[in-house]
Design a binder for this molecule. Structure first.
Ligand code: NAD
Length: 494
Protein backbone atom coordinates (compact mmCIF):
# COMPACT_ATOMS: atom_id res chain seq x y z
CA UNK A 1 0.00 0.00 0.00
CA UNK A 2 1.18 3.51 -0.70
CA UNK A 3 0.09 6.98 0.26
CA UNK A 4 -2.70 6.70 -2.30
CA UNK A 5 -4.61 4.10 -0.22
CA UNK A 6 -6.90 2.06 -2.44
CA UNK A 7 -10.67 2.61 -2.29
CA UNK A 8 -12.17 0.04 0.05
CA UNK A 9 -14.83 -1.33 -2.33
CA UNK A 10 -12.19 -2.92 -4.53
CA UNK A 11 -10.62 -4.46 -1.48
CA UNK A 12 -13.94 -6.32 -1.13
CA UNK A 13 -14.32 -7.29 -4.81
CA UNK A 14 -15.43 -10.88 -5.39
CA UNK A 15 -12.09 -12.62 -5.96
CA UNK A 16 -13.44 -14.93 -8.67
CA UNK A 17 -15.01 -12.08 -10.66
CA UNK A 18 -12.38 -9.40 -10.10
CA UNK A 19 -10.25 -8.66 -13.16
CA UNK A 20 -6.59 -7.88 -12.43
CA UNK A 21 -5.72 -4.33 -13.48
CA UNK A 22 -2.46 -2.40 -13.07
CA UNK A 23 -3.10 1.11 -11.78
CA UNK A 24 -0.67 4.06 -11.73
CA UNK A 25 -1.63 7.19 -9.81
CA UNK A 26 0.76 9.33 -11.85
CA UNK A 27 2.00 12.85 -11.17
CA UNK A 28 0.48 16.29 -10.66
CA UNK A 29 -3.32 15.98 -10.57
CA UNK A 30 -2.96 12.23 -11.27
CA UNK A 31 -3.47 10.93 -7.69
CA UNK A 32 -6.52 13.21 -7.16
CA UNK A 33 -8.35 12.20 -10.29
CA UNK A 34 -7.39 8.53 -9.98
CA UNK A 35 -8.74 8.31 -6.43
CA UNK A 36 -12.00 9.95 -7.52
CA UNK A 37 -12.34 7.77 -10.62
CA UNK A 38 -11.72 4.53 -8.76
CA UNK A 39 -14.39 5.46 -6.22
CA UNK A 40 -16.92 5.97 -9.02
CA UNK A 41 -15.96 2.74 -10.82
CA UNK A 42 -16.33 0.82 -7.59
CA UNK A 43 -19.73 2.39 -6.91
CA UNK A 44 -20.85 1.28 -10.38
CA UNK A 45 -20.15 -2.33 -9.40
CA UNK A 46 -16.88 -2.79 -11.28
CA UNK A 47 -15.02 -5.88 -10.17
CA UNK A 48 -11.34 -5.09 -10.27
CA UNK A 49 -8.32 -6.59 -8.54
CA UNK A 50 -5.97 -3.63 -8.47
CA UNK A 51 -2.19 -3.91 -8.61
CA UNK A 52 -0.73 -0.49 -7.93
CA UNK A 53 2.38 0.22 -9.98
CA UNK A 54 4.95 2.97 -9.66
CA UNK A 55 5.99 5.16 -12.55
CA UNK A 56 6.61 8.80 -13.32
CA UNK A 57 8.48 11.69 -11.79
CA UNK A 58 8.77 10.30 -8.25
CA UNK A 59 10.14 7.02 -9.51
CA UNK A 60 12.67 8.89 -11.62
CA UNK A 61 13.70 11.07 -8.69
CA UNK A 62 14.08 7.92 -6.57
CA UNK A 63 16.81 6.76 -8.95
CA UNK A 64 15.08 4.69 -11.64
CA UNK A 65 16.41 6.52 -14.70
CA UNK A 66 13.66 5.17 -16.99
CA UNK A 67 10.96 6.45 -14.61
CA UNK A 68 9.43 3.00 -14.16
CA UNK A 69 10.29 0.15 -11.80
CA UNK A 70 10.94 -3.44 -12.93
CA UNK A 71 7.99 -4.52 -10.74
CA UNK A 72 5.74 -2.22 -12.73
CA UNK A 73 6.76 -3.89 -16.00
CA UNK A 74 6.05 -7.31 -14.45
CA UNK A 75 2.59 -6.17 -13.41
CA UNK A 76 1.77 -4.67 -16.82
CA UNK A 77 2.85 -7.82 -18.60
CA UNK A 78 0.83 -9.96 -16.18
CA UNK A 79 -2.45 -8.04 -16.13
CA UNK A 80 -2.28 -6.63 -19.68
CA UNK A 81 -4.76 -3.97 -18.58
CA UNK A 82 -3.31 -0.66 -17.44
CA UNK A 83 -5.31 2.18 -15.93
CA UNK A 84 -2.96 5.13 -15.86
CA UNK A 85 -3.23 8.65 -14.51
CA UNK A 86 -1.22 11.35 -16.32
CA UNK A 87 2.47 11.60 -15.67
CA UNK A 88 4.89 14.48 -16.00
CA UNK A 89 7.41 14.25 -18.81
CA UNK A 90 10.44 16.50 -18.60
CA UNK A 91 10.57 18.94 -21.52
CA UNK A 92 13.69 19.34 -23.62
CA UNK A 93 15.73 16.80 -21.59
CA UNK A 94 15.52 14.13 -18.86
CA UNK A 95 13.94 10.70 -19.31
CA UNK A 96 11.98 9.73 -22.43
CA UNK A 97 8.21 10.01 -22.31
CA UNK A 98 6.98 7.05 -20.29
CA UNK A 99 3.66 7.19 -22.10
CA UNK A 100 5.45 6.61 -25.36
CA UNK A 101 7.70 3.93 -23.84
CA UNK A 102 4.77 1.98 -22.39
CA UNK A 103 2.71 2.27 -25.58
CA UNK A 104 5.56 1.05 -27.75
CA UNK A 105 6.96 -1.59 -25.40
CA UNK A 106 3.54 -3.24 -25.08
CA UNK A 107 2.67 -2.82 -28.77
CA UNK A 108 -0.36 -0.58 -28.12
CA UNK A 109 -0.56 0.60 -31.72
CA UNK A 110 -3.99 2.27 -31.73
CA UNK A 111 -4.93 5.29 -29.65
CA UNK A 112 -8.68 5.84 -29.72
CA UNK A 113 -9.89 9.31 -28.67
CA UNK A 114 -13.63 10.08 -28.82
CA UNK A 115 -14.54 13.81 -28.75
CA UNK A 116 -18.19 14.69 -28.34
CA UNK A 117 -20.10 17.91 -27.66
CA UNK A 118 -22.15 17.83 -24.45
CA UNK A 119 -24.32 20.91 -24.89
CA UNK A 120 -26.32 22.25 -23.24
CA UNK A 121 -24.69 20.83 -20.11
CA UNK A 122 -21.21 21.91 -21.20
CA UNK A 123 -20.94 25.11 -23.22
CA UNK A 124 -19.49 24.58 -26.68
CA UNK A 125 -19.86 26.27 -30.04
CA UNK A 126 -20.13 22.77 -31.52
CA UNK A 127 -22.98 20.96 -29.78
CA UNK A 128 -23.31 18.39 -32.55
CA UNK A 129 -19.71 17.33 -32.84
CA UNK A 130 -19.24 13.63 -32.26
CA UNK A 131 -16.02 12.34 -33.74
CA UNK A 132 -13.38 9.76 -32.93
CA UNK A 133 -9.69 10.32 -33.56
CA UNK A 134 -7.73 7.14 -34.17
CA UNK A 135 -4.10 8.03 -33.72
CA UNK A 136 -1.24 5.79 -34.75
CA UNK A 137 0.62 5.19 -31.51
CA UNK A 138 4.02 3.63 -32.13
CA UNK A 139 5.73 5.30 -35.08
CA UNK A 140 6.39 8.67 -36.70
CA UNK A 141 8.63 11.20 -34.93
CA UNK A 142 7.86 9.52 -31.59
CA UNK A 143 10.65 7.01 -32.11
CA UNK A 144 12.64 9.68 -30.30
CA UNK A 145 15.71 9.00 -32.47
CA UNK A 146 17.43 12.37 -32.55
CA UNK A 147 20.96 13.48 -33.32
CA UNK A 148 22.92 16.67 -33.35
CA UNK A 149 25.11 16.37 -36.42
CA UNK A 150 26.83 19.70 -36.85
CA UNK A 151 27.22 22.96 -34.98
CA UNK A 152 23.91 24.19 -36.41
CA UNK A 153 21.83 21.16 -37.24
CA UNK A 154 19.73 18.73 -35.20
CA UNK A 155 17.75 15.87 -36.67
CA UNK A 156 14.74 13.75 -35.62
CA UNK A 157 13.94 10.60 -37.56
CA UNK A 158 10.39 10.08 -38.77
CA UNK A 159 9.73 6.37 -39.17
CA UNK A 160 6.59 5.14 -40.91
CA UNK A 161 6.18 1.45 -41.73
CA UNK A 162 3.83 -0.44 -44.00
CA UNK A 163 2.66 -2.89 -41.28
CA UNK A 164 2.20 0.07 -38.91
CA UNK A 165 0.03 1.90 -41.45
CA UNK A 166 -1.95 -1.17 -42.28
CA UNK A 167 -2.69 -2.05 -38.65
CA UNK A 168 -3.92 1.42 -37.70
CA UNK A 169 -5.89 2.06 -40.87
CA UNK A 170 -7.66 -1.30 -40.71
CA UNK A 171 -8.32 -0.63 -37.02
CA UNK A 172 -9.97 2.69 -37.95
CA UNK A 173 -12.22 1.04 -40.52
CA UNK A 174 -13.03 -1.87 -38.20
CA UNK A 175 -13.78 0.61 -35.40
CA UNK A 176 -16.14 2.51 -37.71
CA UNK A 177 -17.85 -0.74 -38.70
CA UNK A 178 -18.18 -2.01 -35.11
CA UNK A 179 -19.57 1.31 -33.86
CA UNK A 180 -21.95 1.99 -36.75
CA UNK A 181 -19.99 4.97 -37.99
CA UNK A 182 -20.11 5.82 -41.67
CA UNK A 183 -17.15 7.92 -42.68
CA UNK A 184 -13.38 7.68 -42.23
CA UNK A 185 -11.11 10.63 -43.03
CA UNK A 186 -7.36 10.14 -43.46
CA UNK A 187 -5.04 13.07 -42.69
CA UNK A 188 -1.44 13.32 -43.85
CA UNK A 189 1.06 15.79 -45.25
CA UNK A 190 1.95 13.73 -48.30
CA UNK A 191 2.34 16.74 -50.56
CA UNK A 192 5.59 17.38 -48.65
CA UNK A 193 6.55 14.01 -47.10
CA UNK A 194 5.87 11.98 -50.19
CA UNK A 195 7.47 8.76 -48.99
CA UNK A 196 6.50 8.56 -45.30
CA UNK A 197 3.09 10.25 -45.25
CA UNK A 198 2.70 9.12 -48.85
CA UNK A 199 2.84 5.50 -47.64
CA UNK A 200 0.16 6.18 -45.01
CA UNK A 201 -2.14 7.70 -47.66
CA UNK A 202 -1.43 4.91 -50.16
CA UNK A 203 -2.21 2.18 -47.63
CA UNK A 204 -5.42 4.04 -46.73
CA UNK A 205 -6.44 3.96 -50.40
CA UNK A 206 -5.64 0.24 -50.61
CA UNK A 207 -7.48 -0.71 -47.42
CA UNK A 208 -10.63 1.34 -48.01
CA UNK A 209 -11.58 -0.96 -50.88
CA UNK A 210 -12.32 -3.67 -48.29
CA UNK A 211 -14.92 -1.45 -46.57
CA UNK A 212 -17.22 -0.37 -49.41
CA UNK A 213 -20.06 0.61 -47.06
CA UNK A 214 -17.90 3.28 -45.39
CA UNK A 215 -17.42 6.66 -47.09
CA UNK A 216 -13.86 8.02 -47.12
CA UNK A 217 -11.84 11.08 -47.90
CA UNK A 218 -8.30 12.32 -47.46
CA UNK A 219 -7.23 15.80 -46.36
CA UNK A 220 -3.86 17.44 -46.10
CA UNK A 221 -3.33 17.85 -42.35
CA UNK A 222 -3.16 21.66 -42.36
CA UNK A 223 -6.50 22.19 -44.05
CA UNK A 224 -7.92 19.22 -42.14
CA UNK A 225 -6.92 20.86 -38.83
CA UNK A 226 -8.45 24.16 -39.98
CA UNK A 227 -11.73 22.44 -40.90
CA UNK A 228 -11.72 20.56 -37.61
CA UNK A 229 -11.29 23.79 -35.66
CA UNK A 230 -14.06 25.50 -37.63
CA UNK A 231 -16.55 22.75 -38.32
CA UNK A 232 -15.86 19.57 -36.32
CA UNK A 233 -19.43 18.40 -37.02
CA UNK A 234 -18.36 17.37 -40.52
CA UNK A 235 -16.09 14.60 -39.19
CA UNK A 236 -16.88 11.09 -38.03
CA UNK A 237 -13.79 8.86 -37.67
CA UNK A 238 -10.35 10.35 -38.37
CA UNK A 239 -7.17 8.30 -38.77
CA UNK A 240 -3.70 9.80 -38.90
CA UNK A 241 -0.04 9.37 -37.99
CA UNK A 242 1.09 9.81 -34.41
CA UNK A 243 2.07 13.50 -34.15
CA UNK A 244 -0.93 14.83 -36.05
CA UNK A 245 -3.23 12.70 -33.88
CA UNK A 246 -1.62 14.03 -30.72
CA UNK A 247 -2.20 17.64 -31.75
CA UNK A 248 -5.61 17.28 -33.36
CA UNK A 249 -7.12 15.38 -30.45
CA UNK A 250 -6.27 18.23 -28.06
CA UNK A 251 -7.82 20.72 -30.50
CA UNK A 252 -10.93 18.59 -30.86
CA UNK A 253 -11.28 18.15 -27.10
CA UNK A 254 -10.87 21.82 -26.40
CA UNK A 255 -13.77 22.39 -28.80
CA UNK A 256 -15.97 20.11 -26.68
CA UNK A 257 -15.43 22.45 -23.72
CA UNK A 258 -12.36 21.21 -21.84
CA UNK A 259 -9.37 18.94 -22.29
CA UNK A 260 -10.43 17.57 -18.90
CA UNK A 261 -13.23 15.65 -20.63
CA UNK A 262 -11.07 13.55 -22.92
CA UNK A 263 -10.51 9.82 -22.51
CA UNK A 264 -8.44 7.47 -24.59
CA UNK A 265 -7.67 3.83 -24.90
CA UNK A 266 -4.44 2.48 -26.25
CA UNK A 267 -5.02 -0.90 -27.81
CA UNK A 268 -2.73 -3.66 -29.02
CA UNK A 269 -2.83 -7.40 -29.56
CA UNK A 270 -1.33 -8.06 -26.12
CA UNK A 271 -2.84 -5.46 -23.88
CA UNK A 272 -4.52 -2.12 -23.42
CA UNK A 273 -3.88 1.08 -21.53
CA UNK A 274 -6.63 3.50 -20.51
CA UNK A 275 -5.89 7.13 -19.67
CA UNK A 276 -7.10 10.70 -19.85
CA UNK A 277 -5.90 12.63 -22.87
CA UNK A 278 -4.69 15.59 -20.84
CA UNK A 279 -1.47 15.79 -18.87
CA UNK A 280 -0.58 16.11 -15.20
CA UNK A 281 -1.67 19.80 -15.06
CA UNK A 282 1.00 20.76 -12.50
CA UNK A 283 -0.35 24.29 -12.04
CA UNK A 284 -3.58 23.02 -10.46
CA UNK A 285 -2.14 19.92 -8.76
CA UNK A 286 -2.95 19.45 -5.08
CA UNK A 287 -5.84 21.92 -5.14
CA UNK A 288 -8.60 19.30 -5.52
CA UNK A 289 -10.19 21.18 -8.42
CA UNK A 290 -9.25 19.02 -11.43
CA UNK A 291 -11.97 17.48 -13.54
CA UNK A 292 -11.71 13.68 -13.25
CA UNK A 293 -14.01 13.08 -16.27
CA UNK A 294 -11.31 12.12 -18.78
CA UNK A 295 -9.80 9.47 -16.52
CA UNK A 296 -13.24 8.29 -15.39
CA UNK A 297 -14.44 7.81 -18.98
CA UNK A 298 -11.19 6.00 -19.74
CA UNK A 299 -12.15 3.74 -16.82
CA UNK A 300 -15.52 3.09 -18.48
CA UNK A 301 -13.69 2.13 -21.68
CA UNK A 302 -11.59 -0.22 -19.57
CA UNK A 303 -14.72 -1.83 -18.10
CA UNK A 304 -16.00 -2.42 -21.65
CA UNK A 305 -12.66 -3.98 -22.50
CA UNK A 306 -12.71 -6.41 -19.55
CA UNK A 307 -16.31 -7.48 -20.17
CA UNK A 308 -17.97 -5.33 -17.49
CA UNK A 309 -20.06 -3.31 -19.94
CA UNK A 310 -23.04 -2.97 -17.57
CA UNK A 311 -20.89 -1.20 -15.01
CA UNK A 312 -19.42 0.95 -17.80
CA UNK A 313 -22.91 2.03 -18.88
CA UNK A 314 -23.83 2.86 -15.27
CA UNK A 315 -20.75 5.07 -14.99
CA UNK A 316 -21.52 6.90 -18.24
CA UNK A 317 -25.18 7.45 -17.39
CA UNK A 318 -24.52 8.71 -13.85
CA UNK A 319 -21.82 11.00 -15.22
CA UNK A 320 -24.12 12.39 -17.95
CA UNK A 321 -26.88 12.94 -15.38
CA UNK A 322 -24.43 14.80 -13.13
CA UNK A 323 -23.47 17.11 -15.99
CA UNK A 324 -27.13 17.64 -16.90
CA UNK A 325 -27.90 18.50 -13.29
CA UNK A 326 -25.38 21.32 -13.49
CA UNK A 327 -22.80 19.85 -11.12
CA UNK A 328 -19.61 21.05 -12.78
CA UNK A 329 -15.92 21.34 -12.02
CA UNK A 330 -14.23 24.70 -12.59
CA UNK A 331 -13.00 23.97 -16.13
CA UNK A 332 -16.55 23.43 -17.45
CA UNK A 333 -18.37 25.78 -15.13
CA UNK A 334 -20.69 28.17 -16.96
CA UNK A 335 -24.25 29.21 -17.70
CA UNK A 336 -25.61 25.67 -17.34
CA UNK A 337 -24.03 25.14 -13.92
CA UNK A 338 -26.04 25.09 -10.70
CA UNK A 339 -24.15 26.75 -7.87
CA UNK A 340 -20.41 27.27 -7.82
CA UNK A 341 -17.79 24.96 -9.24
CA UNK A 342 -17.31 21.72 -7.34
CA UNK A 343 -14.00 20.07 -6.55
CA UNK A 344 -12.77 16.68 -7.76
CA UNK A 345 -14.09 14.68 -4.81
CA UNK A 346 -17.46 16.47 -4.71
CA UNK A 347 -17.90 15.83 -8.42
CA UNK A 348 -17.19 12.13 -7.86
CA UNK A 349 -19.66 12.12 -4.92
CA UNK A 350 -22.32 13.67 -7.16
CA UNK A 351 -21.81 10.95 -9.77
CA UNK A 352 -21.94 8.22 -7.12
CA UNK A 353 -25.16 9.73 -5.74
CA UNK A 354 -26.71 9.36 -9.23
CA UNK A 355 -25.50 5.81 -9.81
CA UNK A 356 -28.28 3.83 -11.49
CA UNK A 357 -30.00 6.96 -12.88
CA UNK A 358 -30.36 7.78 -16.56
CA UNK A 359 -29.76 11.14 -18.22
CA UNK A 360 -32.85 12.98 -19.51
CA UNK A 361 -31.41 15.14 -22.28
CA UNK A 362 -28.63 12.88 -23.52
CA UNK A 363 -29.34 9.47 -24.99
CA UNK A 364 -28.60 6.97 -22.21
CA UNK A 365 -25.55 4.82 -22.72
CA UNK A 366 -26.19 1.11 -23.19
CA UNK A 367 -23.88 -1.85 -22.63
CA UNK A 368 -21.43 -1.74 -25.53
CA UNK A 369 -21.33 -4.82 -27.71
CA UNK A 370 -18.79 -3.45 -30.17
CA UNK A 371 -15.77 -5.66 -30.76
CA UNK A 372 -13.01 -4.24 -32.93
CA UNK A 373 -10.80 -6.96 -34.40
CA UNK A 374 -7.04 -6.48 -34.39
CA UNK A 375 -5.42 -7.11 -37.73
CA UNK A 376 -2.15 -8.97 -38.07
CA UNK A 377 -0.37 -7.77 -41.21
CA UNK A 378 0.54 -10.31 -43.89
CA UNK A 379 4.27 -10.99 -44.32
CA UNK A 380 5.66 -8.40 -46.78
CA UNK A 381 5.85 -9.24 -50.47
CA UNK A 382 9.45 -9.59 -51.64
CA UNK A 383 10.72 -6.63 -53.67
CA UNK A 384 13.82 -6.31 -55.86
CA UNK A 385 16.02 -3.89 -53.93
CA UNK A 386 18.89 -2.27 -55.81
CA UNK A 387 21.55 0.16 -54.63
CA UNK A 388 21.68 3.06 -57.08
CA UNK A 389 23.63 5.72 -55.18
CA UNK A 390 24.49 7.21 -51.82
CA UNK A 391 23.79 10.47 -50.03
CA UNK A 392 26.78 11.48 -47.94
CA UNK A 393 25.97 14.12 -45.33
CA UNK A 394 28.86 16.47 -44.68
CA UNK A 395 29.67 19.06 -42.01
CA UNK A 396 31.25 21.90 -43.98
CA UNK A 397 31.58 25.66 -43.76
CA UNK A 398 31.95 27.38 -47.13
CA UNK A 399 30.13 27.82 -50.40
CA UNK A 400 28.46 25.06 -52.45
CA UNK A 401 31.05 25.47 -55.21
CA UNK A 402 33.91 25.11 -52.72
CA UNK A 403 32.34 21.94 -51.32
CA UNK A 404 31.75 20.49 -54.80
CA UNK A 405 35.36 21.16 -55.77
CA UNK A 406 36.64 19.51 -52.58
CA UNK A 407 34.39 16.47 -53.06
CA UNK A 408 35.29 16.01 -56.73
CA UNK A 409 38.97 16.28 -55.89
CA UNK A 410 38.66 13.76 -53.05
CA UNK A 411 36.64 11.09 -54.85
CA UNK A 412 39.09 8.83 -56.67
CA UNK A 413 36.66 6.35 -58.28
CA UNK A 414 35.97 7.26 -61.93
CA UNK A 415 32.80 5.13 -61.86
CA UNK A 416 31.11 7.36 -59.25
CA UNK A 417 30.19 11.02 -59.70
CA UNK A 418 28.82 13.80 -57.55
CA UNK A 419 25.31 14.46 -58.88
CA UNK A 420 24.09 17.24 -56.62
CA UNK A 421 24.40 18.96 -53.27
CA UNK A 422 21.43 20.11 -51.22
CA UNK A 423 21.30 22.20 -48.07
CA UNK A 424 18.24 21.64 -45.85
CA UNK A 425 16.72 19.80 -48.81
CA UNK A 426 17.16 22.59 -51.37
CA UNK A 427 19.48 22.00 -54.30
CA UNK A 428 22.44 24.38 -54.12
CA UNK A 429 24.81 22.69 -56.57
CA UNK A 430 24.91 22.61 -59.53
CA UNK A 431 23.07 25.80 -60.44
CA UNK A 432 21.89 26.85 -56.98
CA UNK A 433 20.58 30.30 -56.22
CA UNK A 434 22.83 32.74 -54.36
CA UNK A 435 19.83 33.77 -52.20
CA UNK A 436 19.50 30.31 -50.58
CA UNK A 437 20.54 30.35 -46.93
CA UNK A 438 22.97 27.54 -46.23
CA UNK A 439 23.85 25.93 -42.90
CA UNK A 440 26.88 23.74 -42.16
CA UNK A 441 24.94 20.52 -43.05
CA UNK A 442 25.10 19.35 -46.67
CA UNK A 443 23.64 16.34 -48.46
CA UNK A 444 25.99 15.27 -51.24
CA UNK A 445 24.54 12.74 -53.67
CA UNK A 446 26.89 10.35 -55.42
CA UNK A 447 25.64 8.10 -58.22
CA UNK A 448 27.32 5.73 -60.66
CA UNK A 449 28.35 7.24 -63.97
CA UNK A 450 26.34 6.18 -67.05
CA UNK A 451 26.31 2.38 -67.56
CA UNK A 452 28.17 1.76 -64.28
CA UNK A 453 26.75 0.20 -61.10
CA UNK A 454 27.44 0.97 -57.49
CA UNK A 455 27.92 -1.42 -54.58
CA UNK A 456 28.69 -1.13 -50.88
CA UNK A 457 32.42 -1.61 -51.40
CA UNK A 458 32.41 1.49 -53.64
CA UNK A 459 30.55 3.43 -50.94
CA UNK A 460 33.20 2.44 -48.38
CA UNK A 461 35.93 3.42 -50.85
CA UNK A 462 34.27 6.79 -51.38
CA UNK A 463 34.05 7.41 -47.63
CA UNK A 464 37.68 6.46 -47.23
CA UNK A 465 38.62 8.96 -49.96
CA UNK A 466 36.61 11.69 -48.22
CA UNK A 467 38.19 10.81 -44.88
CA UNK A 468 41.73 11.15 -46.23
CA UNK A 469 40.79 14.46 -47.89
CA UNK A 470 39.72 15.76 -44.48
CA UNK A 471 36.04 16.01 -45.37
CA UNK A 472 33.89 15.62 -42.25
CA UNK A 473 31.15 13.22 -43.32
CA UNK A 474 28.59 12.69 -40.58
CA UNK A 475 26.25 10.07 -41.99
CA UNK A 476 25.24 8.25 -45.14
CA UNK A 477 21.91 7.17 -46.57
CA UNK A 478 21.93 4.56 -49.28
CA UNK A 479 19.70 5.21 -52.28
CA UNK A 480 17.69 2.15 -53.24
CA UNK A 481 15.07 1.35 -55.79
CA UNK A 482 12.40 -1.22 -54.89
CA UNK A 483 11.07 -3.02 -57.96
CA UNK A 484 12.39 -0.06 -59.93
CA UNK A 485 10.67 2.65 -57.81
CA UNK A 486 12.93 5.22 -56.18
CA UNK A 487 13.01 4.80 -52.39
CA UNK A 488 14.40 8.29 -51.73
CA UNK A 489 13.36 11.88 -52.15
CA UNK A 490 14.69 14.17 -54.82
CA UNK A 491 16.21 17.52 -53.86
CA UNK A 492 13.83 20.50 -54.04
CA UNK A 493 14.72 22.62 -57.00
CA UNK A 494 15.53 19.61 -59.20
P1 NAD B 1 -1.99 19.49 -19.46
O1 NAD B 1 -2.96 18.68 -20.25
O2 NAD B 1 -1.48 18.88 -18.21
O3 NAD B 1 -2.65 20.90 -19.11
C1 NAD B 1 -3.11 21.78 -20.13
C2 NAD B 1 -4.15 22.74 -19.54
O4 NAD B 1 -5.36 22.04 -19.28
C3 NAD B 1 -3.73 23.35 -18.20
O5 NAD B 1 -4.25 24.65 -18.13
C4 NAD B 1 -4.40 22.47 -17.18
O6 NAD B 1 -4.65 23.10 -15.96
C5 NAD B 1 -5.70 22.10 -17.91
N1 NAD B 1 -6.17 20.76 -17.51
C6 NAD B 1 -5.64 19.59 -17.88
N2 NAD B 1 -6.32 18.58 -17.33
C7 NAD B 1 -7.30 19.13 -16.61
C8 NAD B 1 -8.33 18.59 -15.79
N3 NAD B 1 -8.48 17.26 -15.63
N4 NAD B 1 -9.18 19.44 -15.18
C9 NAD B 1 -9.05 20.76 -15.34
N5 NAD B 1 -8.09 21.34 -16.09
C10 NAD B 1 -7.22 20.52 -16.71
O7 NAD B 1 -0.79 19.85 -20.46
P2 NAD B 1 0.66 20.44 -20.15
O8 NAD B 1 0.56 21.49 -19.08
O9 NAD B 1 1.19 20.77 -21.47
O10 NAD B 1 1.49 19.20 -19.60
C11 NAD B 1 1.79 18.99 -18.22
C12 NAD B 1 2.60 17.70 -18.10
O11 NAD B 1 1.79 16.58 -18.47
C13 NAD B 1 3.84 17.64 -18.99
O12 NAD B 1 4.89 17.07 -18.25
C14 NAD B 1 3.43 16.73 -20.11
O13 NAD B 1 4.52 16.05 -20.69
C15 NAD B 1 2.52 15.76 -19.38
N6 NAD B 1 1.55 15.05 -20.23
C16 NAD B 1 1.26 13.78 -19.88
C17 NAD B 1 0.31 13.08 -20.60
C18 NAD B 1 0.00 11.67 -20.17
O14 NAD B 1 0.43 11.25 -19.11
N7 NAD B 1 -0.71 10.91 -20.97
C19 NAD B 1 -0.36 13.67 -21.68
C20 NAD B 1 -0.07 15.00 -21.99
C21 NAD B 1 0.88 15.70 -21.26
Amino acid sequence: MTAHSLPRPFANATPAAAVPVSVAYGDGIGPEIMRASLRVLAAAGAQLAIEEVQLGEQVYLAGHSAGITPDAWDSLRRTRVFYKAPITTPQGGGYKSLNVTVRKSLGLFANVRPCRGLAPAVATRHPDMDLVIIRENEEDLYAGIEHRQTRDVYQCLKLITRPGCEKIIRYAFDYARAHGRRHVTCLTKDNIMKLTDGLFHRVFDEVKADYPEIATDHMIIDIGAARLADNPEQFDVLVMPNLYGDILSDIALELTGSVGLGASNNIGANGAMFEAIHGSAPTIAGQGIANPSGLLLAGAMMLDHVGQGDAAARVRNAWLKTLEDGVHTADIHGAASLGGPVGTEAFADAIIARMGEQPRHFRPAARSTAVVPIYTPEPPKPALKQLVGVDVFVDFTGTPDELATALNKASGNPLVELQMITNRGVKVWPQGLPETFCTDHWRCRFVPRAHACINRAMVIELLRDLHYAGIDFIKTEHLYTFDGDAGYSLGQGQ
